[in-house]
Design a protein around this ligand. Structure first.
Ligand SMILES: Cc1cc2nc3c(=O)[nH]c(=O)nc-3n(C[C@H](O)[C@H](O)[C@H](O)COP(=O)(O)OP(=O)(O)OC[C@H]3O[C@@H](n4cnc5c(N)ncnc54)[C@H](O)[C@@H]3O)c2cc1C
Length: 490
């Protein structure tokens, strides 16, 4: 008998869940509230005709190594990863930018007396990136697919990144590179487990890279949609779901939403302790996004920075620590941590010839209503004097506007919920069945479940497995073909 499933929300997790269920013969229908599929992985011409701006995610260390995406073979549906000369750069006021090279040995060689410590911290992930991702992109409370690797990773990961960087590194460059990667956690750098983000992001950068998708992040979604069309999945856009009782009958409903939205839905049948846990769910800091159109590359003081895919704009370890501490305490820092991507440096399709699309966002308190755009301008200008004169177009998207666009981005939180305390390990509730949503046949598959934020589709992939197991269907193994050698790696 053919089973049927409904997916609410067409973000990368909803789409990946649909793909896995369809692969096992289920009839799948997706309902998306907005006019377009893709969630926070969409791109559009937000800086005028001819531009391609990533409205959410831009850089893809997780996307390129995602077990789900590799299994689905998105490259055969037109997805192309583009790599910069450096996956990441971190400008410093005291000297040249610190540069993450695509190869661990090349980065280590630039770090002088910190070469050995850098190598030791990143060797396991850089040497086994796909296995490390398979470990890191599943529920943490389970036997990982590569236990020995996970044990080594865990020993490094549980440290707070700031104190660890001060303990093991002597150079400003190594400390800054480590702090910048740790800041992807959006946690104060004194928080346990922030070193895990630094080691994972750094290790992936020095092996798989932090590529952009040719034509914008939308290309990942387009490839997923092509796959789903061939699998017969039906998609309804402009179809917000408010009451589950209004949906057609199905054997399972998977919700690509966060806890607050789940509680607002009618007809879920959830209650008791599960609902209580969802009510206590905490959202993380917000993103204040600023996209720029420039008439040329950013005039970085260290011009090698223009060849980096992602740039962490904030300053040295002390400055990153201070900025993240302020945001963690609910205050807007004067010098916020800014994540910046330069896709045009490798993807000429993003803007007309000679022009550059620059994507950036600052870490700000959740729901921040202050005008933070000028702070982002100033942070970039500190390390790239003359930047402002290059700007010919500009769009600001504050946290509230992000949430208006995509209700999963509560208060501008781009990760589906804070990673503070137990929320990193136990998402969205303290249970060994994180994808079961507290009522029979109901599942949650968004970034509020393991492994959390990022365009990897792995929450959806694991949620689909939970559904298939409940149906008593034998689940096909995930095939993850070996990584392609990439330019710059040995
Ligand atoms: C500014 C920004 C920068 C980011 N940068 C990166 C990056 O560089 N790299 C990276 O890997 N990740 C990045 N991320 C995070 C990444 O985009 C998200 O973690 C990822 O998109 C989460 O996928 P999801 O499917 O869980 O949810 P989403 O992508 O948020 O999709 C959820 C979908 O559900 C729909 N929906 C919600 N409620 C309903 C309803 N009631 N009915 C119907 N539909 C509904 C929404 O409209 C949306 O389309 C970024 C995100 C943002 C916003």
């Amino acid at each position: 008998m053919t089973r049927s499933a409904i997916i609410v929300g067409a973000g990368p997790n909803g789409l990946a869940a649909a793909a896995r269920l369809a692969e096992h013969g289920a009839q799948v229908t997706i309902y998306e509230q907005g006019p377009h599929v893709g969630g926070a992985a969409r791109s559009a011409d937000a800086l005028g005709p001819g531009t391609t701006v990533d409205l959410g995610a831009a850089a893809h260390p997780f996307g390129i190594g995602s077990p789900a995406f590799r299994h689905l073979g998105l490259e055969s549906h037109g997805l192309r990863w583009l790599h910069h000369r450096y996956p990441m750069a971190h400008p410093l006021e005291s000297g040249p930018s610190a540069l993450l090279h695509p190869d661990l040995e090349d980065t280590s060689a630039t770090l002088g007396e910190d070469a050995n410590a850098w190598r030791l911290l990143h060797r396991a992930v850089a040497g086994h990136p796909l296995e490390s991702l398979a470990n890191a992109t599943g529920p943490l409370l389970r036997m990982p697919p590569h236990p020995a690797l996970m044990a080594g990773f865990g020993a490094r990961a549980l440290w707070p990144a700031g104190p660890l960087a001060r303990l093991v590194f002597r150079t400003e460059a190594a400390r800054a590179l480590f702090a910048g990667s740790a800041a992807h956690s959006m946690l104060p750098l004194g928080h346990p487990f922030t070193a895990g983000f630094a080691v994972l992001f750094g290790g992936l950068g020095q092996s798989l890279g932090w590529p952009v998708a040719r034509g914008g992040t939308q290309a990942i979604i387009n490839a997923l949609m092509q796959h789903l069309a061939l699998a017969g999945v039906q998609v309804h856009t402009n179809s917000p779901v408010r009451d589950l009782r209004e949906l057609p009958a199905s054997d399972a409903i998977l919700l690509d939403v966060t806890p607050r939205q789940l509680l607002q839905l009618s007809g879920t049948g959830i209650g008791g302790r599960y609902a209580e846990h969802l009510r206590r769910w905490k959202y993380g800091p917000g993103a204040y996004k600023v996209d720029y159109l420039l008439d040329g590359p950013i005039p970085w003081r260290d011009e090698r920075t223009a060849h980096a895919g992602t740039v962490h704009v904030c300053g040295n370890l002390a400055e990153v620590t201070a900025a993240e501490h302020e945001v963690g305490s609910g205050r807007l820092p004067g010098r916020p941590f800014v994540m910046l991507a330069q896709p045009s440096a490798v993807d000429e399709s993003r803007a007309a010839e000679g022009r550059q699309v620059i994507w950036s966002y600052a870490h700000v308190p959740n729901g921040c209503t202050a005008q933070a755009g000028a702070l982002v301008d100033r942070q970039i200008e500190r390390f790239a004097p003359g930047f402002g004169e290059r700007v010919i177009g500009r769009v600001e998207t504050p946290p509230r506007a992000l949430e208006d666009w995509n209700p999963n981005l509560v208060g501008g939180d781009i990760g589906g919920g804070s990673l503070r305390g137990t929320q990193q390990l136990l998402r969205p509730a303290p249970t060994l069945r994180p994808y079961h949503a507290g009522a029979p046949g109901l599942y949650i598959c968004s970034s509020s479940t393991p492994p959390g934020g990022g365009v990897h589709g792995m929450a959806g992939w694991h949620a689909a497995r939970a559904v298939l197991r409940d149906w008593g269907v034998a689940v096909l193994p995930t095939r993850s073909p070996a990584a392609e050698p990439r330019p710059g790696s040995r």
